[in-house]
Design a binder for this molecule. Sequence first.
Ligand SMILES: CC(C)(COP(=O)(O)OP(=O)(O)OC[C@H]1O[C@@H](n2cnc3c(N)ncnc32)[C@H](O)[C@@H]1OP(=O)(O)O)[C@@H](O)C(=O)NCCC(=O)NCCS
Length: 195
Amino acid sequence: MNAHITGRGMVVPVIEGKRIVLRTLEKSDARSIQENLNDKEVSRYTRIIPYPYTLRHARDFIKIAQHFGSREEDYAFGIEIKETRKIIGVISLARIDYQNRNAEVGYWLGKKYWGRGIAKEALLGILNFGFDNLKLFRIYASVMHPNTASVKLLEKAGFEFEGRMRKSVLKDGKWLDELRYSILEEEYRRLVQPV
Ligand SMILES: CC(C)(COP(=O)(O)OP(=O)(O)OC[C@H]1O[C@@H](n2cnc3c(N)ncnc32)[C@H](O)[C@@H]1OP(=O)(O)O)[C@@H](O)C(=O)NCCC(=O)NCCS
């Protein structure tokens, strides 16, 4: 599969991991996204993913993702598993602030793929894209408390805890705290090329 070229000429690479490929989403991915995301446990600690999650939601999301990608505002990569070539999750860089070279990472994976190191592979892939291609300086994540799996993933990928935003999200009628984590470019470089 070839790299995708945006309206402004940026080359969005296909990012290859051991078991996965991160690539731009296509119309034909709607069914796989819907099947994996129509699960309360997956969307439980996410900000805007509705439940139930319909095929219409997936189609609309793909259109938005393609539009953002082409304008270089946000990037949403599908996480394709090499074994079946199906999309099993999404990982994104959003709120890209080119002036301060900051962006927010977000991700989800279908439940049956949890606990196999796949999210970590995807996260390292998108960090590489953010720091190498977009020349970012800091990438951060906001995790609703108590999303233990996401906290563990970030810690294992080298993110540092920055602070707790108290009751900053209203989720299913409850106020939840958000935990902010980040990784700086220099920390990422040390991590991938340990001295
Ligand atoms: C968060 C999420 C993507 C993690 O996916 P995953 O593929 O299971 O994560 P990985 O297998 O790559 O785990 C990475 C590390 O975190 C650890 N980890 C993951 N889930 C864990 C859990 N529930 N408890 C303890 N440790 C956990 C793993 O042991 C692994 O550590 P290692 O590198 O030492 O082996 C997945 O749980 C998910 O999609 N959740 C729903 C969506 C969501 O909440 N997104 C985040 C919004 S901020």
